[in-house]
Design a binder for this molecule. Sequence first.
Ligand SMILES: [Zn+2]
Length: 123
Amino acid sequence: MLVLTAPHGEDPRDGGHVDTHPGELLYRPFTCTAGEQGDCPCGSRWEGLSSRRTSTLAEVATRTDLTPDTYAELLATFFTGVHGWTRDDADAEARALAAIAADWEPGDLLYVRGECIGKGEPQ
Ligand SMILES: [Zn+2]
């Protein structure tokens, strides 16, 4: 299945950074209200499940070792264990992240700005 992973390269854009471990699974960390609108840098970051470090790019990758069920289980364990979410909220976020990846092609590099996710330079 397609998932969002930490890129192997750098983010060459101004203000871009990749502090995650290459290939680890990414999720969207909590953002402040301004970040949700794309007006704070925290709204432009992905975070690694393992490293808990952030990246301004996510790479879409095919993971043959994961199925939608095992992926959801992995993320649910993280969200309920680390963030104290309910299982329903964790499942919803796992589905949302899988849906984002499913919209793109392997190798695509995605930025996030608030609720907006896309490839290439943010508009
Ligand atoms: Zn913020």
